[in-house]
Write a protein that binds this ligand. Structure first.
Ligand code: USQ
Length: 419
């Protein structure tokens, strides 16, 4: 199959390209390389050294013997999007090219607007370009489990049957996202759903949980490594916890630590996306996959990380900083995930094995963690600065308090050869 990956330079995009190539697919990719710059903006870098894109592509040719076509450009540029789709005419498009960090979107108004404008514009451009140029192509769109929030009911895969005032319908399950980033994905989902209806497009919306891991079987050479972020803005919970343990910093499950999320190993995420690509939706079909393996509380993950760290001779500590996010710290969580197993998905990686693998790599690259350890501690606050409830105005000060400066604005800004 001819597959176009948007966001091919990213944490998931890069290993997906390697995975699809090794399975015999013909792969091309788009990226504007902005994540590299944005990670620098908050003073951080990837724990794994990531070569410049041309060196990455050359390594693919040398190690895997495959050609990976690359287009540098921005999905917000309509002419660029048209040009790539006209040139490539893909059977399938995996759309990963979005601002993917919830904390980044919460830094201030500018980061919130950038996140929503870029994410929605890119998706709309792709939807129109597919309609005009490759109407039979299948769009696999990266959504997020965070679109649903944490309702006090089971979470179906996208749709559920509702009975109200004696009438029944099959409707989209309510979305209750907790960041401007997660809401951009909610709006995207609405746009993809509408486009599949009015343009008769094939679409799969992947509600992906939190991914962890640094390796996939195709990463057989250090030049093929994917990025691994550990700072407060770009690193995800489990990856951060392991980096904290390696650095000797406290592991930080926020608040009570009872926030539950669905988690998935990077390698199994690649398997899921490939299955979605190889089993396209029908014309006019908008389908939703909840994509995760198991739900854990962040406290449980912190304890499991600490246990392995101790086995490895480290001295981990766990601290519970106040939760900088506005989210339920204790809640019911039971999302259904049956669609991917029906396509043949099977979990292949166990949590503890992947954690050991991450420890192994991070200990190798400890020097890079140490060089950026000042950006591990959380500073981006979802709340009003004094943390009082937003609607409690009884004791409001006469003048507005000064907001904290954006995260990492004092971090290093020198250009790095690796990201
Ligand atoms: N958390 C901690 N301590 C930390 C970091 C995070 O307790 O040091 C908690 C957060 O409060 C949250 C949970 O861990 O309750 C997950 O946070 P995260 O930073 O790992 O993930 P999140 O911000 O939700 O976003 C990540 C990816 C995003 C993807 C999403 C899937 O950055 O691109 O869409 O995971 S999901 O979380 O299922 O929506």
């Amino acid at each position: 199959m001819k597959v176009l990956i948007t966001g091919i330079d990213g944490y998931s995009g890069w290993p997906l390209a390697l995975h699809l190539l090794s399975r015999g697919h013909d792969v091309a990719g788009i990226d504007n390389l902005v994540t590299r710059k944005r990670v620098q903006e908050v003073g951080s870098w990837s724990a794994t050294p990531i070569p410049p894109i041309q060196r990455r592509l050359a390594a693919v040719k040398e190690v895997l013997g495959k050609d990976l076509r690359f287009y540098k450009g921005d999905l917000c540029d309509w002419e660029f999007v048209r040009h790539v789709l006209e040139t490539e005419r893909p059977d399938s498009i995996v759309h990963l090219a979005e601002q993917r960090s919830a904390p980044y979107s919460m830094i201030d108004v500018h980061h919130a607007v950038t996140t929503q404008v870029e994410n929605l514009t890119g998706t709309l451009h792709l939807l129109y370009a597919i309609k005009e140029i490759v109407p039979d192509a299948h769009l696999v769109k990266m959504g997020t489990m965070g679109e649903y929030g944490t309702p006090n009911t089971d979470i179906p895969e996208g749709f559920f049957e509702v009975e109200f005032h004696g009438r029944k319908d099959y409707l989209p399950f309510p979305r209750q996202a907790n960041s401007w980033y997660h809401w951009s994905k909610v709006f995207d989902s609405g746009d993809v759903m509408l486009a599949s209806k009015i343009f008769h497009l094939r679409a799969t919306d992947v509600m992906q949980g939190v991914i962890y891991g640094v390796r996939t079987p195709e990463i057989t050479d250090d030049r093929l490594l994917t990025r691994f972020d550990f700072d407060e803005t770009w690193g995800t919970a489990l990856n951060r916890f392991i980096a904290q343990a390696v650095l000797g910093l406290p592991i930080t499950p926020y608040g009570k630590g009872e926030q539950k999320r669905g988690f998935l190993a990077l390698e199994d995420s690649m398997q899921s996306l490939r299955l979605a690509v190889e089993n396209p939706a029908a014309a006019g079909e908008y389908r939703v996959f909840n994509q995760f393996d198991a739900a854990y509380s962040v406290k449980e993950l912190a304890e499991r990380v600490a246990k392995i760290a101790t086995e490895l001779g480290l001295n981990p500590t766990i601290e519970h900083p106040a939760d900088p996010r506005v989210e339920a710290e204790q809640h019911y969580y039971n999302p259904i995930h049956e669609h991917l197993p029906r396509l043949g998905y099977r979990r292949t990686r166990e949590l503890d094995d992947v954690m050991r693998e991450i420890f192994h790599d991070l200990i190798r690259y400890r020097r890079r963690l140490v060089a950026r350890q000042h950006v591990v501690i959380p500073t981006v606050n979802w709340r009003v600065p004094d943390s009082r409830p937003l609607l409690d105005t009884r004791n409001a000060p006469a003048t507005a308090p000064t907001p904290a400066p954006p995260a990492g604005t004092t971090g290093p800004s020198s250009a790095n050869t690796t990201a």
